[in-house]
Design a protein around this ligand. Structure first.
Ligand code: NCD
Length: 271
């Protein structure tokens, strides 16, 4: 809640924070593709008066020569004041934090977690809904590999009265450790396969991309692709004040005619 408060203060008065990170260096080490996440970190650091180093393709760094994560982090940790890392291996950010003298931000570790996306998500959620509790939250798509889903559920489970409607195929349901998080928090949740049937009860709909890069084979991905598509017709059965969120990138799970709907928050969320 303190971070949401600070984010809103910065939004309301950016010039007051223009030098907040003066003289500081952020390293963005992206071992996986990214548009929004990496550039939002860079933009944030620049707007706060700091500087940015890093790579967006490890093949242009000494990683291509065989340098280990430990060595890369030991070296960069000596240059930067803080490091944002995205890596395909689950647990890599935690490993990085063991090696790096500079603090580590997890910008996505494989199909595990994406905590800073959740920070952006909850700022939007709080500002749009006016609360973070007593919400009926639908999450739809790739709930198995979708790391943004896992982090969002972990966070929203901490607030009272939230209920989750988990919409996916049986192959792409949330992992057991996420169910444990909801159970331990006493959160109610249902697992269903129909987006259409869920629409009318939701306060929030969090759509996600099927995570093609995490599938063992092309066939398994193709079997899941295009199962869920949010379009104008489905939006008609949603509450007037339901909001649609998506971490981006969108592929084809939301048709572009939804973009003009006042309830579509995904670009606002990224901004
Ligand atoms: C997400 C990610 O990388 O997990 N993107 C993002 O950071 N905004 C979602 C995705 O890639 O589908």
């Amino acid at each position: 809640l303190d971070i949401i408060d600070l984010a809103n203060k910065i939004k309301a008065n950016p010039s007051e924070y223009a030098n907040a990170c003066q003289g500081k260096i952020l390293a963005t080490l992206f071992y996986e593709p990214s548009t929004r996440t990496r550039m939002s970190f860079s933009t944030a650091m620049m707007r706060l008066g700091g500087n940015v180093i890093g790579f967006d393709n490890p093949m242009n760094s000494s990683v291509s020569k065989g340098e280990t994560l430990k060595d890369t982090l030991t070296v960069i940790g000596g240059y930067a004041d803080i490091i944002a890392i995205r890596h395909p291996v689950e647990g890599s950010a935690e490993a990085a934090a063991m090696y790096s003298p500079a603090p580590i931000i997890n910008a996505g570790d494989g199909g595990h977690l994406h905590p800073t996306q959740t920070l952006a998500d909850i700022v939007t959620l709080y500002n749009e809904k006016g609360r973070l509790d007593n919400l009926c939250i639908g999450l739809c798509g790739d709930l198995k590999y979708g790391r943004t889903v896992h982090s969002l559920i972990k966070t929203m489970s901490r607030f009272k009265g939230n209920r989750f409607v988990l919409i996916s195929t049986p192959e792409l349901t949330v992992p057991q450790y996420i169910k444990d998080v909801m159970d331990n928090a006493g959160c109610e949740y249902t697992e269903i396969t129909s987006l259409k049937e869920a629409m009318s009860e939701l306060d929030v709909l969090y759509m996600t991309r099927i995570q093609q890069e995490r599938f063992a084979s092309e066939e398994e991905y193709l079997a899941q692709k295009d199962t869920y598509v949010l379009d104008r017709i489905k939006m008609q059965s949603a509450k007037k004040d339901m909001i649609v969120m998506h971490p981006l990138p969108r592929v084809d799970e939301i048709t572009i005619d939804v973009d003009d709907d006042a309830r579509a928050m995904y670009f606002k969320q990224a901004k």
